[in-house]
Design a protein around this ligand. Structure first.
Ligand code: GLP
Length: 252
């Protein structure tokens, strides 16, 4: 089941998404949270940091598993997802460092790292709530459009489109790693709840396709239509096409 929440702007979207995470952690203080990077969740992380500093929630018993990491980047690299998470979230909350997990982009064996990560997720008992953004091509994590859904954590070749989109964070497209480690579709689909944050007019087409088009590995996010508990928090520009075509599906 998919519930799509409309927010007027990025701030309202971020606050609403933070409320869902906070509710999860209040209900289950030792939750396993699957986390995501990208510009979409930055405001939500800031709001959760504020709530934690104000004593409204604690992450002291939470464990986290991030979706993905660039292959070849060290945790200290400013464009690595570990660096992003430390800067935007982990340093702002009271989570023990040992409870935070990302794929290790420096493991010389991608296959060994993928196996380690899947075993880790299993040892934590799976994911209670998985946060997702969506790529312009419908990717979730770094599960790119393909001929088939890949179940386990895997090392992917990034598409030219994704390299181009993500080059805004690097000095040039040449510096964007060509490969990434990403959680697979199984761990995402086995998460008890999914929370997706989407903002910006340039996501409006893919958002509508993902949730109202056919379920296909050509649009990886479309598989979420088969998940029992998905909440989408989107801002007005991202919602433009969806709200016009399917007004009945939008919760205001
Ligand atoms: C990146 C990440 C995804 C993220 C997506 C959207 O490539 N691997 O996890 O959801 O692209 O990013 P943004 O939120 O910046 O649009």
């Amino acid at each position: 089941m998919i519930r799509i929440y409309y927010a007027n702007d990025y701030e309202a979207m971020s606050r609403r998404a933070a409320t869902f995470i906070a509710a999860q952690v209040l209900a289950k203080p030792d939750s396993v949270l699957g986390l995501a990077t990208g510009s979409s969740p930055v405001g939500m992380y800031a709001e959760l940091g504020r709530m934690c500093a104000a004593g409204e929630i604690t992450f002291s018993r939470v464990h986290t598993v991030n979706l993905d990491e660039y292959y070849g980047l060290s945790p200290e690299h400013p464009q690595s997802y570990r660096y992003f998470m430390e800067k935007n979230f982990f340093s702002k909350i009271d989570i023990p460092a040992a409870n935070t997990n990302l794929p290790d982009g420096k493991n010389p064996s991608p296959a060994a790292e993928c196996a380690r990560y899947d075993a880790l997720i299993e040892s934590l008992g799976g994911i209670d709530l998985q946060l997702l953004g969506i790529g312009h091509n419908g990717h979730i994590g770094f599960n790119e459009p393909a001929d088939a859904f890949v179940p386990g954590t895997n090392c992917v070749d990034l598409t030219a489109d994704t390299i181009e989109m993500n080059s805004r964070f690097f000095a040039s497209a040449d510096e964007v790693p060509k490969r990434a480690l990403t959680m697979g579709i199984r761990a995402i689909m086995q998460a008890k709840k999914i929370l997706m944050v989407v903002n910006g007019e340039n996501k409006s087409q893919i958002l509508e396709r993902a949730f109202f088009g056919p379920v296909t590995p050509a649009v990886p996010a479309s598989i979420l239509q088969l998940h029992p508990d998905v909440v989408v928090c989107a801002d007005a520009p991202a919602m433009a096409i969806l709200a016009a075509k399917h007004p009945e599906a939008v919760i205001r």
